[in-house]
Design a protein around this ligand. Structure first.
Ligand code: GLA
Length: 751
């Protein structure tokens, strides 16, 4: 990764402070874009990291605390930093420790800020004072070891920089060398500190089932804002993502933005806190609510990673860096994951009423319009007739599929499509063979109610026997059937999170071990079935995060497939996550009262902004519908690389109640531009805005073509990047649920 360090220098630099001078030498090498540069200056005890357009600087102060000195736009390599200084206390009420820009701080010594680590020792002591011990620089990674002043608790802070985006991946490793167990009561990956300022705004994502991905913002004032999930999994009430800017101008493309996200699919928290000196601290890690981890002597505990990045190109720039990070470094097969195939899913057409003949009929119709992957949803297993029974029994229902799944799968394959199947492996219905034989396998407190959600209970995945059962039943399913894809669902959150089979002091380990085992199962299945692809679904978008993304190829943002609602839902999703991972089906949703509320082109254009799928009841399609669907799917295949891998510009976000929205995607090589424009409803005869494009080459010429709707007002067929960006494109959209789609192709050799 690091093009600066020669391997021998790297080895020398990898040693601790003793040979620090050599690292200064490493650090004087010329900076280049798209490389990572990490240096240590032993005279000032300052560490400096540079990658892409970002510089991150930290130092060891005279209290031996590790302190942030700078995070922001890349500085000159000649800029030197003075040593870190512990601040004087603000007053007797705000001691130095609570106004220091700590990279990682233990709970104790008069700290009122959110701690990164809180430990309760068996002798009752709950004071933890971590001091700098040593460091290591290895290529694109820096690690710093800290230790408590009197107890053998070691914490290693890890920093890995991404050369292309400048995004930092941070996590901490806690080591118990005290000779006795202790209880971790709170653990974060680390803290990001912002330059002092009273004008910061937090942008974050909230939501609920069928209404995920609302974009919210809030001024950061004195005190603490908490984004979190107390639910056992990621949740949609908040998503573990933040973006902070200094100006609430609503301009998507301007201004400094600090952003970040947690790679964790269990309970989590991100706190944003302004202290007495108006310094802002962002701490992210495991959710503190009901948390505990009993760490035995000699054991290590690794926190989830907390990614952090900086953009001076507004929220749009921050999103593009997140998208690039995900596609190029996080998802399976990064940096070259497969483009998402166009899928068909049977759920909204058949719900639980699946059988061979019905699915074959849908598969034939799906193939005829150009679908590449056919997915059979819920209802195929156990005694599953509705959502009251069957979860946990992963055998093929013999009444619905008397010949097993093979004839259906063979048929799907013979139609040239991949075959996918819905599963929900972490759950069990009380009405199931599994629950009847293993009632002790669910999360529960003995003698207490077992609260059901969607008539189901949560299996305790932290238990080795449950983990083995889940792996075994899925392995059997995959061995007996040629399954190319699993839609992995998760349809409720936790209640009564007890684990009665372990000693009481270990029970809370469930919060961590459950999620680790979830990842372990996904990793194991992928290792034994390298071609298998998996979608993360949780009754919609309740488990979308950078953690699960390491093991899954795509994400389901919402069960709400109404194409107008989806404009908002998908807009919010893209603040944090790539459109190339966002599955969007064209369905019949909204067709109540027996009349189509939305025309089919509107539906297709809404879904073509992500990974296109179809979930409509194709048995009801007319010949005209089939023709429209076929045309749009064919069109999508010519633009999908741009949509899924390109740079997204939210040129008209459907926020603050706006009826209008437009998105633009520029391919990585800049040769193709795709524009979607939507109008939910014309209000008071206002004309649709002229769309000023972004991210084009000002002097190149681009040829415009409409694949839906049209350009009006004498829009030229060919014009310069400058024209499209400064004059813009007129769509003339007018009426209700109107949409248009355009491509602009760069004209080769013409400037
Ligand atoms: C969840 C999913 C849906 C569908 C149903 C099946 O709600 O989000 O897409 O798979 O379960 O029961």
């Amino acid at each position: 990764m690091n093009g600066i360090f020669s391997s021998s220098l790297k080895r020398l630099c990898a040693t601790a402070a003793g040979v620090a001078l050599l690292c200064v030498f490493c650090g004087t090498a010329a900076a280049q874009q798209n490389t990572v540069r990490i240096t240590y200056d032993p005279s000032s005890r300052v560490f400096r990291m540079d990658a892409a357009d970002v510089t991150y600087v930290l130092g060891v102060n005279e209290q031996e605390q590790v302190q942030t000195l700078y995070w922001g736009k890349r500085l000159s390599s000649n800029d030197a930093f003075p040593p870190a200084h512990s601040p004087r206390g603000y007053s007797g009420f705000d001691l130095p420790i609570t106004i220091t820009q700590h990279e990682f701080v233990g709970s104790g010594g008069g700290l009122y800020l959110e701690p990164d680590l809180k430990i309760a020792f068996p002798d009752g002591n709950r004071d933890l004072a971590l001091k700098y011990v040593s460091y290591k620089i290895e290529g694109d990674a820096l690690s710093i070891v800290m230790r408590d002043i009197s107890r053998e608790v070691y914490v290693t802070l890890h920093y890995v920089l991404d050369a292309e985006t400048g995004v930092i991946r941070r996590w901490a490793e806690i080591e118990n060398r005290t000779g006795a167990p202790f209880e971790i009561e709170q653990a974060a990956a680390g803290t990001y500190n912002l330059p002092r300022g009273a004008d910061y705004h937090l942008h974050f994502l909230t939501g609920r089932w069928a209404g995920e991905w609302n974009v919210e913002d809030e001024a950061i004032r004195g005190g603490k804002i908490v984004l979190e999930s107390r639910r056992g999994t990621t949740g949609s009430q908040n998503n573990p993502f933040f973006a902070i800017d200094r100006d609430i101008s609503k301009d998507q493309e301007q201004g400094d933005v600090y952003f970040g996200a947690l790679a964790w699919s269990g309970s989590w928290q991100i706190t944003v806190e302004q202290d007495a000196l108006q310094q802002v601290h962002i701490t992210g890690g495991l959710g503190a609510f009901d948390f505990g981890y009993h760490l035995g002597p000699g054991q290590n505990f690794e926190t989830p990673a907390f990614y952090g990045g900086f953009s001076d190109q507004g929220l749009g720039g921050a999103s593009r860096l997140m998208h690039r990070l995900e596609i190029d470094t996080i998802v399976p097969n990064a940096p070259h994951p497969r483009l998402r195939p166009v899928l068909y899913n049977s759920w909204e057409a058949t719900e639980f009423n699946v059988d061979e003949a019905g699915q074959v009929a849908l598969a034939e119709k799906a193939a005829s319009i150009g679908v590449e992957r056919f997915v059979m949803d819920d209802g195929w297993f156990g005694q599953r007739k509705n959502d009251h029974a069957g979860l946990g029994d992963w055998y093929v229902n013999p009444q619905k599929f008397p010949n097993g799944l093979k004839p259906l799968i063979d048929k799907v394959h013979s139609l040239g499509m991949e075959f996918g199947l819905w599963v929900e492996p972490e759950m069990v219905n009380p009405d199931s063979d599994l629950y009847r034989s293993h009632p002790d396998w669910v999360l529960n407190f003995p003698g207490r109610p077992r609260t059901e959600g969607r008539n189901q209970l949560v299996l305790n995945l932290a238990r080795p026997d449950v983990r083995a059962y889940v792996v075994g039943s899925l392995e059997k399913l995959l061995a007996e059937n040629q399954i190319d894809f699993l839609k992995w669902d998760y349809n409720r959150n936790w209640s009564e999170p007890g684990w009665p089979d372990v000693p009481p002091e270990d029970e809370k380990n469930v919060y961590y071990d459950f999620t680790r085992n979830f990842y372990g199962i996904l990793a194991e299945l992928r290792a034994t079935h390298p071609k298998l692809e998996i979608e993360s679904c949780s009754g919609g978008g309740s488990r979308v995060d950078l953690g699960v993304m390491q093991y899954t190829d795509q994400d389901w943002p919402s069960d709400n497939t109404n194409p107008a609602d989806r404009l908002l839902i998908q807009n919010g999703f893209t603040y944090a996550y790539s459109p190339g991972l966002m599955v969007a089906w064209v369905t019949d949703s909204g067709n109540s009262l027996g009349r189509p509320a939305f025309n089919l082109p509107f539906r297709f254009l809404s879904s073509m902004q992500g990974a296109l799928g179809v979930g409509a009841n194709l048995n009801k399609y007319t010949p005209e519908d089939f023709a429209v669907a076929k045309r749009f799917i064919a069109e999508y295949k010519t633009i999908r690389e741009t949509v899924q891998r390109g740079s997204l510009y939210r040129i008209l976000p459907p926020e603050s109640g706006s009826e209008q929205s437009a998105t633009e995607y520029v391919s990585r090589d800049g040769s193709q531009v795709v524009v979607f424009a939507f109008l939910r409803s014309s209000l008071e005869h206002y004309a649709y805005p002229t769309l000023k494009l972004e991210g084009l080459d000002v002097s190149a010429m681009y040829q415009l073509a409409a694949f839906a709707g049209k350009a009006v007002n004498g829009t030229p067929a060919v014009a310069s990047g400058a024209y499209w960006m400064q004059h813009g494109l007129d769509t003339g959209l007018n009426g209700d649920f109107q949409a248009a789609g355009f491509t602009l192709e760069k004209v080769v050799g013409q400037r």
